[in-house]
Design a protein around this ligand. Structure first.
Ligand code: ZN
Length: 348
């Protein structure tokens, strides 16, 4: 039975270590020759990093093997795992299409090739045997030039059958110098009717209040309740949902203890700001969505009622979930149908 919605997952961080190890064994044994065995590789791949920068560096390892030819291989295994082990009914998968094109090509050739990547990802994500509703979020990148980022927005607008929104990724501290650019890009995206989210307020160096009005959801956003709780009222009024990814903050050194998230949840609940609990990089962390839920319960950060509120919020704020209800409500309707009018008359 599929139950959950995942709103924040990177294609690059979604490959679990065992799948990546097997891929390297078959196709690029030289890349893993320095590891004595699988457990050494898993330890290297999943261990916490000191900073967000070090952590993001690891993404390049996976990006380098996710090409137009290999993407279907990885996406098949991603959806299979998400359906079987995570009970996902809905998944928004995000990535920067430019970074999946060959580096030796020119910038304009790489831009031209992005549409093919989006189509390959879109087609590979439709699997009858693992029926998850999927859509893509195309990520602009804080270190890519304006022209590439604008082309990513144009591609999102032209690929609505596969793409449900845009994002900016690549480390939130790098967005500072080019804030006017980000505002104009998001403004442009909104003018095309695109849904928007963005990696902001993840670290203390990535807090940009001027960008918030352009976002429909906030990627992470944990520094808002932690450091700038006075902003929560506006966030609630704009009906912006925070995409909170608990394990990430420990892997990047942003938080020292998962219990620091209690203040995030408490302040958001008090202010009426909704939170979708997400994995960010379920593969890189080796932590799937149900375990994110369980961890929050185990550490008394939230209770079961609050967990359900967050699970409901994920469906409400999903950019491409086609139903008005979450699956459990749909299923309940099937199992406990309302009596028809004729039956009601007979019974009375
Ligand atoms: Zn992210």
């Amino acid at each position: 039975m599929t139950l959950y919605a995942e709103l924040h997952r990177h294609l690059g961080g979604s490959v679990v270590p065992r799948i990546l190890w097997r891929y390297f064994e078959r196709h690029s044994p030289e890349l893993i020759s320095r590891f004595a065995d699988y457990s050494g590789f898993e330890d290297f791949y999943t261990r916490p990093r000191n900073t967000l920068d070090e952590y993001l560096e690891l993404h390049t390892l996976v990006e380098s093997v996710q090409t137009v030819e290999t993407l279907p291989y990885f996406i098949y295994r991603l959806l299979r795992g998400a359906y079987i082990f995570e009970n996902l009914a809905y998944l928004e998968l995000r990535y920067t299409p430019y970074l999946r094109t060959p580096e030796h090509l020119s910038q304009s050739e790489r831009i031209d090739m992005m549409a093919e990547i989006v189509e390959v990802v879109g087609k590979a994500s439709k699997l009858p045997e693992y029926p998850i509703v999927t859509s893509q979020i195309l990520c602009m990148h804080s270190r890519l030039p304006f022209e590439v980022n604008k082309a990513i927005i144009d591609l999102a607008a032209q690929s609505r059958q596969y793409v449900c929104g845009i994002d900016v990724a690549g480390g939130d501290s790098y967005s500072a110098q080019r804030m006017d650019e980000w505002i104009s890009l998001y403004d442009y995206g909104r003018s095309l009717g695109l849904n928007t989210t963005g990696h902001v307020y993840e670290t203390t160096a990535g807090c940009y209040p001027q960008l918030l009005p352009y976002l429909m959801r906030i990627g992470h956003g944990i520094q808002i309740p932690l450091l700038y709780p006075e902003l929560l009222k506006d966030v609630a009024e704009r009906n912006q949902c925070l995409e909170v990814c608990p394990t990430t903050y420990l892997k990047t050194g942003t938080l020292q203890d998962i219990r620091q998230l209690k203040l995030v949840f408490d302040r958001c609940f008090d202010a009426g700001v909704e939170i979708a609990i997400c994995t960010d990089n379920a593969g890189l962390h080796n932590v799937r969505l149900p375990f994110e839920y369980e961890n929050l319960l185990t550490y008394d950060i939230i209770n079961f009622e609050q967990l359900q509120a967050c699970q409901d919020a994920a469906f409400r704020h999903a950019f491409a979930w086609p139903y008005r209800q979450r699956p459990v409500s749909l299923l309940n309707g099937l199992l406990n149908p309302q009596p028809t009018k004729a039956l009601t008359v007979m019974e009375s």
